[in-house]
Design a protein around this ligand. Sequence first.
Ligand SMILES: Cc1cc2nc3c(=O)[nH]c(=O)nc-3n(C[C@H](O)[C@H](O)[C@H](O)COP(=O)(O)O)c2cc1C
Length: 204
Amino acid sequence: MSAPYVLVLYYSRHGATREMALQMARGIERAGLEARIRTVPAVSSECEAVAPSVPEHGAAYATLDDLTHCAALALGSPTRFGNMAAPLKYFLDGTSSLWLSGALVGKPAAVFTSTASLHGGQETTLLSMMLPLLHHGMLITGLPYSEPALLETRGGGTPYGASHHAGSDGKRPLDEHETELCRALGLRLAQAARRLALALDGEA
Ligand SMILES: Cc1cc2nc3c(=O)[nH]c(=O)nc-3n(C[C@H](O)[C@H](O)[C@H](O)COP(=O)(O)O)c2cc1C
């Protein structure tokens, strides 16, 4: 059996959500857990698969096994019309076997997103990403206001999860508060996974 890990599963077209995933991983590692970073391929309206089976750069593609055996899940997507991006939804729509077996029931999860505009749907996207995770029986964790950056931020950052305002050209980097909140959410998620594992060990 492999060491426990937190799966950081994201889709990113232009890199902003990927940068958030890396910061989430920093927080997860701060709690002493491995962060397994995985992405999903783009979807196409063509019927045949067009993406190479191994991505040309960046994280490897996620498998159902990555999801089945994770101790916790951090799910990240760019905002697309106030909702998660289709490639991530497509991957989640292929997880029926895990729903049937209850593989994700009771595992902690957290969500993160990046938008072009500051009020362009960060919260709705984060909430929409929680829905399939709740159907899977996962335990959603957000960000508490005891995180000072949540009150100080002039960019992204919500109690529902981490967020980032990339600007209309998509070039605005994660600022200090957005970075801090990504790391805080990663840390919180990994700590929840650890505490849950210890509690279950105690029960056994
Ligand atoms: C089809 C499409 C829809 C989008 N919808 C929104 C939106 O509703 N609100 C918003 O602020 N940005 C929207 N954006 C912009 C992206 O969310 C934003 O550029 C994000 O930072 C991209 O993340 P990435 O660099 O990880 O790909 C949209 C982009 C595309 C391509």
